[in-house]
Design a protein around this ligand. Structure first.
Ligand code: ZN
Length: 96
């Protein structure tokens, strides 16, 4: 009992640079390290993650899709939440 609880807490602690949430897809959450036309590198709690971008990737200010942004609005050190599609590419990039 005690052990499994410990393991559970440990997993929770380590887990989630990649978090499952709405829609069941994955997210990459952290700060922008760099970005170019084909990928964005995000510094997460478990290290840097490079996420491929596509021509269909959409950019938004805030956590909703009400305020459109563009790729050029993304700057280094910004906190981002990248929503991944089934192919592992970025579907949405949310910035502050
Ligand atoms: Zn999402």
């Amino acid at each position: 009992m005690k052990v499994s609880r410990f393991v559970f807490a440990f997993v929770l602690l380590l887990a989630p640079a990649l978090v499952f949430a709405h829609g069941g897809h994955k997210h990459v959450i952290g700060a922008v390290v760099s970005m170019n036309a084909t990928s964005i590198v995000v510094k997460t709690t478990s290290g840097n993650v490079s996420v491929p971008l596509s021509s269909a990737t959409k950019y938004y200010h805030g956590s909703t899709t009400k305020h459109a942004a563009t790729a050029s609005d993304v700057a280094n050190d910004m906190r981002v939440v990248v929503h991944l599609g089934g192919d592992g590419k970025a579907v949405e990039v949310h910035i502050p």
